[in-house]
Design a protein around this ligand. Structure first.
Ligand code: RB5
Length: 164
């Protein structure tokens, strides 16, 4: 994580949200982000809400460009990412290692990171989050691939009504 003084000049906003299983890790990471100068918009701890409710609300805000980045925490980080990826324009990943978190930004331009409180310890999650936050989309050869994701998103948007 960058030093406090650097952060103050460049306070970055981030949305966070959790279901009940993810709440303790989300609380830990929200505090960590605030301590490092991030402007945190907290969508809550999923009290009386399941992961699809929280993930869809946060991902909708990303899709509407209210937030550039969001962190979602549930038990595994899986249901949050699956749900967030249903929202048009949103690229969400589950990552519990630094390399994947970094590539999720550099290669995939993922705006949403999902983690599982039952998978990773809080201090290890901080490091994964750091790598994701400090990485930017690299463009170049990755641009064409991300554009293809966007085309697939647009092609299938609203076309399938039956569930599988
Ligand atoms: C909680 O019920 C658990 O299923 C949820 O937090 C998450 O792990 C789902 O993917």
């Amino acid at each position: 994580m960058r030093r406090e003084s650097e952060k103050e000049d460049n306070m970055q906003p981030i949305a966070v949200g959790a279901d009940e299983a993810g709440a303790p890790l989300k609380e830990h990471l929200a505090k960590y982000l605030q301590e490092h100068g991030y402007e945190v918009t907290d969508y809550g701890n999923g009290t009386e809400q399941d992961y699809p409710d929280v993930a869809s609300r946060v991902a909708e805000a990303v899709s509407n460009r209210e937030h550039d980045r969001a962190l979602l925490v549930c038990g595994t980080g899986l249901g949050m990412a699956i749900t967030a990826n249903k929202i048009p324009g949103v690229r969400a990943v589950t990552a519990h290692d630094s390399y994947s978190a970094e590539r999720a930004r550099k290669s995939n331009d993922a705006q949403v990171l999902a983690m599982g409180s039952r998978v990773i310890a809080p201090e290890a999650a901080e490091k994964v989050l750091d790598h994701w936050l400090e990485s930017e989309f690299q463009g170049g050869g990755s641009t064409e691939k991300v554009e293809k994701i966007k085309e697939i998103d647009a092609e299938f948007r609203g076309e399938r009504s039956e569930s599988i």
